[in-house]
Design a protein around this ligand. Structure first.
Ligand SMILES: Cc1ncc(COP(=O)(O)O)c(C=O)c1O
Length: 367
């Protein structure tokens, strides 16, 4: 095996781009000015100051439309538990985030797959699904999709919100990558377009501060947020107030915005290096070039077995996640590469190892 393993597997940045000094200093300031809130039990909505900050950041929300959670996966799990029951029809993108897929499968809902296009969910296929019966919720990852890397177009955002009002279903706008477009400003959220109160938005500080801080949030109609906050309070009293106080300090001091600019630059460099290496060393691979975030979804030639390729690749010192993990069925010739953990100068070596593993698998002479 050539050197250390290069892992394109985890949706997490390498430690060298975590803002550890800024967080240390923010923690010290938070414990000087906000220690009473930070060190006490809070309430179900989390830190009220951070709820206000998030509402202002979105620009069109009141603070009672926001609750802070221990990361956005928890936010999604709470929302699913609150809105869904066995047998409900739930639209999921294909491919989709593996962890939310698992949560939905555990709830016993009926999963309705809708494929992704280069500009997000195939709205025609969603309309066909709606004509076959009522849908309770559609799970949509709007920006820099995990795992597909694509971003939902503005036109489709408008259409989805219209359809939700017309057919009375919830949209769960799962949006942890919104603040990480490589060029320009983030697109309008579906939450901001929603006049019928059918969109619940989730986002996170995992990708803009760090995943270990475990601070995310839900934003949506005040009535639903109120019910969810009550449930949160009955379950865990309050989320982690110390972490939220530190995040609020980063937000208020401008460190958050500075870090977002820094992280976007690093991610773009990593993505560019990966794309160049793929074009050179794996020309059969088809992919949408990501316009932000962490992930690139690769389709290899029909008939390629990516779970088998992964086993081969691991013995070559490289890893990724095989496509079937993100699918209800199929995905066997696809895989997800996360460029966030791989510094730009390691991308070519990582791709070369994948290409080598593929060649060996196909020639029938595994390592
Ligand atoms: C689409 C999506 N939703 C939710 C999450 C969970 O994020 P958090 O760390 O905020 O729980 C992730 C993390 O990778 C994600 O990709």
């Amino acid at each position: 095996m050539a050197g250390d393993t290069i892992s394109f597997a985890r949706g997490a940045p390498s430690a060298d781009i975590l803002p550890h000094e800024q967080v240390r200093e923010a923690a010290s300031r938070a414990l000087a000015s906000d220690w009473e809130t930070a060190l006490s039990y809070g309430v179900g909505i989390g830190h009220p100051g951070l709820c206000r900050w998030v509402a202002e950041r979105h620009g069109h929300l009141d603070a009672d439309q926001v609750m802070i959670t221990n990361g956005s996966l928890e936010a999604g799990a709470m929302l699913f538990g609150h809105l869904l029951g066995p047998g409900d029809r739930v639209v999921v993108e294909q491919p989709t985030y593996d962890r939310t897929l698992l949560l939905l499968q555990q709830l016993g809902v009926e999963l309705v797959p809708v494929r992704l296009e280069a500009d997000g969910l195939d709205v025609g296929q969603l309309e066909a699904a709606l004509s076959e019966g009522p849908v309770k919720l559609a799970h949509v990852i709007a920006n820099a999709h995990n795992p597909a890397g694509c971003t939902l177009s503005t036109e489709k955002r408008h259409r989805l919100v219209e359809l939700a009002a017309e057919h009375d279903f919830w949209i769960f706008e799962d949006d942890p990558y919104r603040e990480l477009p490589f060029e320009g400003e983030p697109l309008q959220t579906m939450l901001s377009l929603d006049e019928g109160g059918k969109v619940v938005h989730a986002s996170s500080f995992s990708k803009t501060v760090s995943p270990g801080v475990r601070v995310g949030y839900l934003a949506g109609p005040a009535e639903e947020i109120g019910k969810l906050a009550k449930k949160a309070n009955e379950t865990y009293i309050s989320p982690n107030m110390l972490a939220e106080s530190i995040v609020l300090e980063l937000c208020r001091s401008g460190e958050l915005d500075r870090n977002i600019e820094f992280v976007k630059g690093e991610l773009k460099a990593r993505c560019d290096a990966l794309v160049a290496a793929l074009r050179e060393q794996l020309p059969e691979a088809e992919f949408v070039v990501p316009d932000g975030g962490y992930f690139l979804w690769l389709d290899l030639a029909e008939g390629t077995d990516t779970p088998a390729l992964l086993a081969e690749a691991k013995s070559e010192g490289v890893s990724f996640v095989a496509g079937p993990d993100f699918m209800i069925e199929g995905g066997g010739n696809s895989l997800r590469l996360s460029f966030a953990p791989v510094p730009a100068d390691r991308a070519a070596e990582g791709v070369s190892r994948i290409a080598g593993a593929l060649e060996r698998m196909r020639s029938g002479s595994p390592a």
